[in-house]
Design a protein around this ligand. Structure first.
Ligand SMILES: Cc1cc2nc3c(=O)[nH]c(=O)nc-3n(C[C@H](O)[C@H](O)[C@H](O)COP(=O)(O)O)c2cc1C
Length: 204
């Protein structure tokens, strides 16, 4: 079967992309508004953009009417965010922060999450997150139509890692217990892994 995306509705395309591009890690992004209200929301269009220097990217899509989500509005105006990795014990709280709260809602308070001050950026971090990256916006790239979205690229300025999650320079997967997004309301755990040796250099 071949599918021409040009004949599909946006919803149909969304179902194919989010069903096929799995599992997606989840960036749980804290920002603050110009007036100082903290905001927290999850984004599974998320990955590493670069390691030298360390940069992460996530992609807030526009709302149906083309308006920006609160997270985008905040990173555009303040240039800072804290990106957390979502462990299993925080999955329900993460999901709750995906609700469309009115702009001035403090989603830490609304969901009962403990906030901790960040060291280099203004947005607070989720105190109980196993890993948090304090980031400064490097670039925001618009993609797609007016109702498309943005790629937000942030430079990592500071890394917070819970002690039990870090050993000898490595992140301990069994302690991190990350959750990943699948299609619809489904999530995956990362607990069935295997290894492949990378091939050595081939050719001249
Ligand atoms: C697990 C999960 C992943 C999500 N990933 C994205 C995403 O990558 N891009 C996006 O625009 N919205 C995504 N959403 C929806 C946003 O979290 C939701 O629109 C939220 O209300 C945005 O909050 P804000 O307006 O405070 O920025 C996701 C929701 C969930 C539950």
């Amino acid at each position: 079967m071949q599918i021409d995306p040009a004949v599909l509705t946006e919803r149909e395309i969304y179902k194919i992309l989010t069903g096929a591009v799995v599992p997606r890690p989840i960036a749980w992004v804290a920002t603050i508004g110009e007036e100082g209200t903290p905001n927290l929301a999850p984004f599974s269009y998320f990955n590493i953009a670069c390691t030298d220097p360390p940069m992460l990217l996530f992609c807030p899509q526009r709302r149906g009417d083309g308006s920006p989500k609160d997270t985008l509005r905040n990173v555009q105006t303040t240039g800072e965010f804290v990106l957390h990795i979502v462990s299993e014990e925080l999955a329900a709280a993460m999901n709750q922060t995906s609700a469309e709260y009115p702009y001035a809602t403090d989603e830490f308070a609304a969901t009962g999450l403990r906030a901790a001050p960040s060291s280099l950026v203004a947005p607070p971090r989720v105190a109980d997150a196993a890993v948090a990256f304090e980031c400064r916006v490097e670039q925001i790239v618009h993609v797609g139509s007016a109702r498309g979205g943005e790629i937000v690229i942030g430079r990592v300025l500071q890394i917070h890692v819970r002690d039990d999650v870090y050993h000898d320079g490595y992140i301990i997967l069994d302690a991190l217990k990350p959750v990943a997004r699948l299609a619809g309301n489904d999530y995956a755990r990362v607990n069935d892994t295997f290894s492949l040796q990378r091939p050595s250099k081939v050719g001249p």
